[in-house]
Design a protein. Structure first.
Length: 171
């Protein structure tokens, strides 16, 4: 890497990532305000839109702790957006969106998709794939450098399994 590129990474990358993530989150908050859903619960609703999950699966998928997950699930249940579904014999119960929860999650998802389309309309599919692949590699490199386990493969696996369950194909 040349010195100019290295300097841009040191100076610009943290700022640009922060601005982008803040803008995306603020836009999402604006979009969901009309649905009466708190910021914290939206990520759980989007995950549950793929199908019922245990609270542990939600924690693993969203990289959030048990306490926050339990609180968010309790709010979703209280608001009639989620219910507990009995697991298979010997398996923990799962959390599933209610019909109302699925309807709201679907509307929010369509708005988020439009927001993503506008944000990335100027990039080609190859550029977007390269961006996502590069970000995954950076996360993995940072985790490895810090001696942490990486969640990228686990998250992609859970999402892939859920998507294939919903479309009837094998992962």
């Amino acid at each position: 890497m040349d010195e100019n590129t290295r300097m841009r990474l040191l100076v610009e990358l943290p700022f640009l990532l922060r601005v982008l993530s803040t803008d995306v989150v603020e836009k999402a908050v604006d979009l969901m305000s009309g649905f009466g859903v708190n910021r914290r619960e939206v990520k759980y609703m989007m995950a549950l839109r793929l199908g019922p999950l245990t609270q542990k699966e939600l924690c693993d998928l969203l990289l959030l702790d048990k306490a926050n997950t339990a609180r968010a699930v309790a709010v979703l249940k209280r608001d009639g957006l989620a219910v507990s579904v009995a697991g298979a014999a010997g398996q923990p119960a799962k959390v599933a969106l209610t019909e109302k929860g699925m309807e709201i999650a679907g509307k929010m998802s369509r708005l988020f998709e439009r927001n993503i389309d506008v944000t990335f309309e100027w990039l080609s599919n190859d550029s977007i794939r390269n961006l996502l692949d590069s970000m995954e590699l950076m996360c993995g490199s940072l985790d490895a450098a810090e001696g942490k386990s990486t969640y990228t493969d686990m998250i992609k696996g859970v999402l892939s399994d859920r998507i294939h369950q919903n479309d009837g194909t094998d992962p």
